[in-house]
Design a protein around this ligand. Structure first.
Ligand SMILES: Cc1ncc(COP(=O)(O)O)c(C=O)c1O
Length: 446
């Protein structure tokens, strides 16, 4: 029997022959033609030639409205003039130097001025390096090894944290005290032993786990908005509770704001009014260039201070704080005034409420999660608050919607998460919701 997914895929293949051809060539040189799993999808990804504002153009000259913005990075849309002109100016002066620049000082100042917990900051090149270094800092500072992270949270691609990201439910144990499960083969067994897994948004269960292992815990790391499970915001009492218990027990609280920094001028910690000890950043803060950053309390960050006889913790990196990323980062942060966040939140609220109204009208078992500029479609009648409820999503319907929206001229992430940029308008939102309606109607009629 031909399913609605089969039909959407057939339409997709017919509309994207050059991408299909390029993908065959790509597969000769890269495994599966891919070098970044999170942007791969079956039957083949689209090969993009241009991004302008909200519009992506591919090799078949198809244009689509982009609601991915390179996984939440491009908060001003593609190629905003402030950022491209800053990059052009920097190109005329040099791409990277074996020395700091005035730009990196301005960049650090902008970060520390707007993020409540940031006494000091260091720049790296990925969010992965940001969480790696924050975890290392917590271990060095406390002299302890173990960590707590939430089930279903992604914090980057390094061993310490590639645990229980999308664990198979038949191995994941009890929802109140989930098992630690390596995300894939090749992860150090020590890393698995060094981490305890807590359910997201369940402070009672999380607190039990933290108290049980308090003597060995260096840090609790948490995303104030869980990206992996569909932009699921933390309940305020969850973050407040983590702060209370970690303060009481002398455990470092790390916020991973690689995505969540997007939700307010001062990041998620300003939004929630909860102050972590260390924070990890990425994406937005580099204005579209490769980036990561981590920072926080002075007494912890001082471990990296190389003056006065040398740093306690070493941290090099050929491209840390490089002037191209710094130029894009400074231009982006300077453009991101408080009124921009108000606009993004209004647009996000409109999108979520229109989608919810659509699902109610059509009586489909779907929902929408998100906060501020972040959103995701959920293909389940359950309220999604954590990994276990997220796991009830109908994966086939999710894939049908994803490919269907590509056919309608809209790009979401392949798990149907999205975000708005300042380049999007209310018209984009209405058009998107109409496209979701058409995909659902097509699915209904198959
Ligand atoms: C919450 C979170 N932390 C860390 C990372 C890792 O960032 P990067 O891909 O820049 O290494 C990501 C990437 O998506 C993320 O979403």
């Amino acid at each position: 029997m031909t399913t609605s997914l089969d039909r959407e895929i057939a339409t997709y293949r017919a509309a994207n022959p050059k991408s299909a051809e390029l993908h065959q060539k790509a597969a000769r040189f890269m495994p599966g033609g891919d070098t970044r799993n999170s942007i791969y999808w079956d039957p083949f990804p689209l090969y993009v030639t241009d991004g302008t504002g909200t519009v992506l153009t591919d090799v078949d000259d198809n244009k689509r409205t982009d609601f991915v913005n390179n996984m939440t990075t491009l908060i001003l849309g593609h190629r905003p003039p402030e950022v491209t002109s800053a990059l052009r100016q920097q190109i005329d002066h040099g791409l990277s130097f074996p020395a700091p620049t005035p730009l990196v000082v301005r960049w650090a100042e902008l970060m520390c001025d707007r993020v409540p917990s940031l006494d000091k900051v260091r720049f790296v090149n990925t969010g992965t390096e940001a969480t790696l270094n924050a975890i290392r800092a917590a271990r060095a500072f406390t002299g302890k090894q173990k960590l707590v992270k939430c089930e279903g949270a992604y914090h980057g691609n390094h061993d310490a944290i590639q645990i229980s990201v999308v664990p198979p439910l038949d191995q994941a144990g009890d929802g109140d005290s989930p098992e630690s499960i390596a995300a894939f083969p090749g992860i150090s067994e020590n890393a698995v032993d060094d981490i305890f897994i807590a359910p997201y948004n369940d402070i009672e269960a999380a607190e039990k786990i933290i108290r049980k292992h308090a003597d060995e815990l260096a840090a609790v790391i948490v995303e104030p908005v869980n990206g992996q499970c569909g932009m699921v915001p933390a309940k305020p009492e969850f973050l407040e509770g983590l702060r209370r218990v970690t303060d009481e027990l002398g455990i470092i609280l790390i916020f991973d704001e690689v995505i969540a920094f997007r939700i307010a001028y001062g990041g998620a910690q300003e939004y929630y009014g909860v102050t972590p000890d260390l924070t990890c950043f990425g994406k937005v803060v580099g204005g579209g260039m490769p980036v990561g950053a981590f920072g926080g309390r002075d007494d912890i960050m001082t471990m990296w201070d190389p003056s006065n006889g040398g740093a306690t913790v070493q941290h090099a990196g050929t491209f840390n704080g490089n002037p191209m990323t710094a130029a894009a980062g400074v231009a982006t942060l300077e453009a991101l005034t408080r009124d921009k966040y108000e606009y993004l939140e209004r647009l996000g609220d409109l999108l979520r409420s229109e989608l919810q109204a659509l699902f109610t009208e059509l009586e489909v078992p779907m929902g929408v999660t998100g906060v501020a500029s972040l959103f995701a479609l959920q293909f389940t009648s359950q309220e999604v608050t954590n990994y276990r409820t997220y796991a009830t999503n109908d994966k086939t319907m999710m894939q049908t919607m994803f490919i269907g929206l590509l056919n309608e001229g809209f790009l979401m992430s392949n798990r149907c998460a999205g975000n708005v940029s300042t380049a999007h308008t209310e018209d984009d939102v209405h058009a998107f919701v109409s496209a979701v309606r058409r995909v659902l109607k097509r699915a209904e009629s198959t």
